[in-house]
Design a protein around this ligand. Structure first.
Ligand code: NAD
Length: 354
């Protein structure tokens, strides 16, 4: 029987991009385990809906029996773990789901992998990898002149989201150290690109601008994020899976620090060119009360990825941002299915409520 990889959260933004990239480059099947929360969207995977190498399973990473069954049934040789609650603002208003999925869910996944490997022959165990996909937010906030986060920067998470991710990173690390599970942890900076749920900064601004609604910017708009095009992140994860060393951490970023205000102005300039009838879109910018505990600056030092794994980003911020805007303009149907609730109704009809 051929081996496969298990992707968790593969119907979300980065996970779906990863599944599409994987199937475009490899013959090996992907088992895609996703709970289809509000952020999971099978429309993201329409291009592989009839591809026998894509095995979609609706389920929860907390369901250890299900995970163990999938691992054994599909001879899984690697897990790429994306599944998470991922939105900082939601974590502030309702942190519980973040603990349930990000912390408990990761615990159950690690335990399922450990039980599965214990029953595998040595050769299969030696080849196995568990890639735990995490965020730069676990490192907390940088001052204006601090060096970017490296793999040895201490954790200092400030939001319920980043605290839950940091907790899951510690579990993943401990499962390697204590049980020898071949875990590799990655910390990536902010991603942008196609299929991002329209609650996050870039799609929110594009869609609001297109419909003439205000562009709300937290505080003074000077918070800095380090942006990476999603396909570059997916390629980095494939390199990690291929050549990363178990027990190691790799920071992934685009060397692309921008203030939120700069990002929104750049989006407005692209929209002015592509949709001149709404120009100037920057007139819609509004400053709103800051997010509580809002981190000021994130930046990633990605030299280890380059030095050890030969990875570097392909996409410049300007071209990546233009591609992203063009994607949202060309996929108004995708947006409409989410915003009208039609997609949610489809999920409930086909899978029931969970
Ligand atoms: P997303 O919110 O778009 O997708 C998350 C996916 O996980 C959804 O498909 C959802 O249905 C699924 N899911 C949630 N709870 C689940 C559960 N209990 N069991 C199974 N599936 C579940 O998130 P994203 O932006 O694609 O982020 C993916 C991963 O990458 C997360 O772990 C996040 O912390 C990490 N990350 C994201 C960014 C970013 O900029 N978006 C940057 C660095 C790291």
């Amino acid at each position: 029987m051929t081996s496969s990889i298990l992707v968790t959260g593969g119907a979300g933004f980065i996970g779906a991009n990863f599944v599409l990239e994987w199937l475009a480059r490899h013959d090996e099947p992907v088992v895609n385990l996703d709970k289809l929360t509000y952020a999971g969207n099978l429309d993201n995977l329409a291009a592989v809906a009839n591809d026998a190498r894509h095995i979609f399973v609706r389920g929860d990473i907390n369901d250890r029996a299900l995970v163990e069954r999938l691992l054994a049934e599909h001879q899984v040789r690697a897990i790429v773990h994306f599944a998470a609650e991922s939105h900082v603002d939601r974590s502030i208003h309702g942190p519980e789901d973040f603990i349930t999925t990000n912390v408990n869910g990761t615990f159950h996944l690690l335990e399922a992998a450990r039980a599965y490997l214990a029953a595998c022959p040595q050769a299969q165990r030696a080849r196995f990898r568990f890639v735990h996909v995490s965020t730069d937010e676990v490192y907390g906030s940088l001052g204006p002149t601090d060096p970017p986060f490296s793999e040895t920067t201490c954790f200092a998470p400030n939001s319920p989201y980043s605290a839950s991710k940091a907790a899951s990173d510690h579990l993943a690390r401990a499962w390697h150290h204590t049980y020898g599970l071949p875990v590799i942890i990655t910390h990536c900076s902010n991603n942008y690109g196609p299929y991002q749920f329209p609650e996050k900064l870039i799609p929110l601004m594009i869609l609001n601008a297109l419909s003439g609604r205000p562009l709300p910017i937290y505080g003074d708009g000077r918070n800095i994020r380090d942006w990476l095009y999603v396909t570059d992140h997916c390629r980095a994860l494939m390199r990690v899976l291929e050549a990363g060393r178990p027990g190691e951490t790799y920071n992934i970023g685009g060397w692309n620090e921008k203030t939120n205000l700069d990002v929104v102005h750049a989006l407005c300039a692209i929209l002015d060119r592509l949709r001149p009838e709404g120009a100037p879109h920057a007139r819609l910018i509004r400053f709103v009360a800051d997010r509580p505990g809002h981190d000021r600056r994130y930046a990633i030092d990605a030299r280890k990825m380059q030095r050890e794994l030969g990875w570097q980003p392909d996409e410049s911020f300007d071209s990546g941002l233009s591609k992203t805007v063009e994607w949202y303009l060309a996929h108004q149907d995708w947006v409409a299915r989410i915003t009208s609730g039609a997609y949610r109704q489809w999920v409930e009809k086909h899978y029931g409520t969970q």
